[in-house]
Write a protein that binds this ligand. Structure first.
Ligand SMILES: Nc1ncnc2c1ncn2[C@@H]1O[C@H](COP(=O)(O)OP(=O)(O)OP(=O)(O)O)[C@@H](O)[C@H]1O
Ligand SMILES: [Mg+2]
Length: 246
């Protein structure tokens, strides 16, 4: 394995059986993502972005190749061990929020910890802290149908982080949001990436989101056709006049 890689895909292909002939959703992908990166996957519809995230998230398995998480070859793990990594190392954010409608914001954020068997007290405390971190303390007792899309997605980000995962995967997290709310979600993910060292990998069509990342993986026809390390605009430091020779 490559030293320092939190996520590593080695020659990964994914074919779906569709009628007579298989569809190649991913075609021989090799990529490493290090701890602390903020990476976007972009490319046209059908290029394989969601499939790639599902493989990294251990929701689906490759037809060929290896997915390594934290140096561990996930092919060698049984279902119990895979579920354990999914609960302990990975957090998920979806395009359509996927909140439980009958639960309050606080209860939604508590849920992953309760599924894991943590005490109600600890779950409540951590969920409240995270709702605070995403600026939604005042809406802790509200149900999702009383919230805006941006607020719902902030609850979903809090829920993804409540188990303190090393990696958060997000499939088009801003696709249903207007530009103001998209920016809030981007800024929030960025802040959590910087302050907590959480590694984010997300798919997007959103140029605003692409502008704020460290790294862009461009996909086409199931392949990564460009791996671009990018200095986000807000991080650019102006050069002093002496350094430019002026
Ligand atoms: N469950 C499935 N069964 C059969 N084919 C599938 C399945 N999931 C995805 N595919 C095919 O795999 C390819 C990649 O799909 P994928 O959903 O990963 O693309 P995407 O880049 O996420 O697209 P979008 O931007 O529209 O979300 C497409 O050709 C798609 O039709
Ligand atoms: Mg998709």
């Amino acid at each position: 394995m490559t030293a320092g890689a939190l996520i590593e895909l080695q020659s990964v292909s994914k074919a779906y059986a569709l009628g007579e002939s298989p569809v190649a959703a991913l075609d021989d992908i090799s990529v490493c993502i290090s701890a602390g990166e903020f990476t976007a996957i972009w490319g046209p519809s059908g290029s394989g972005k969601s499939t790639l995230l599902n493989l990294i998230g251990l929701i689906d398995s490759p037809s060929q190749g290896r997915v390594m998480i934290n140096g561990q070859d996930t092919r060698t793990l049984d279902d119990g061990a895979l579920t354990d990594i999914r609960y302990r190392t990975l957090g998920f954010v979806f395009q359509n929020y996927n909140l439980v409608p009958v639960l309050s914001a606080l209860e939604n954020v508590m849920l992953p910890l309760q599924i894991r068997g943590e005490s109600g007290r600890l779950a409540r405390q951590r969920a409240a802290d995270l709702l605070d971190a995403v600026g939604l303390r005042a809406l802790a007792d509200s149900r999702p149908d009383k919230m805006s899309g941006g607020q719902r997605q902030r609850v979903a980000v809090a829920r993804a982080l409540v188990t303190r995962p090393a990696i958060v995967l997000a499939d088009e997290p801003t696709a249903n949001l207007d530009s103001h709310n998209s920016q809030m979600i981007i800024d929030l993910m960025r802040e959590l990436n910087r302050s907590r060292g959480v590694t984010f990998v997300f798919s997007t069509h959103d140029p605003q989101l692409l502008d704020s990342v460290d790294r862009r993986l461009q996909m086409r026809d199931g392949r990564i056709i460009n791996d671009h390390h990018h200095q986000p605009q807000q991080q650019k430091v102006p050069q002093p006049a002496s350094a430019t020779g002026a």
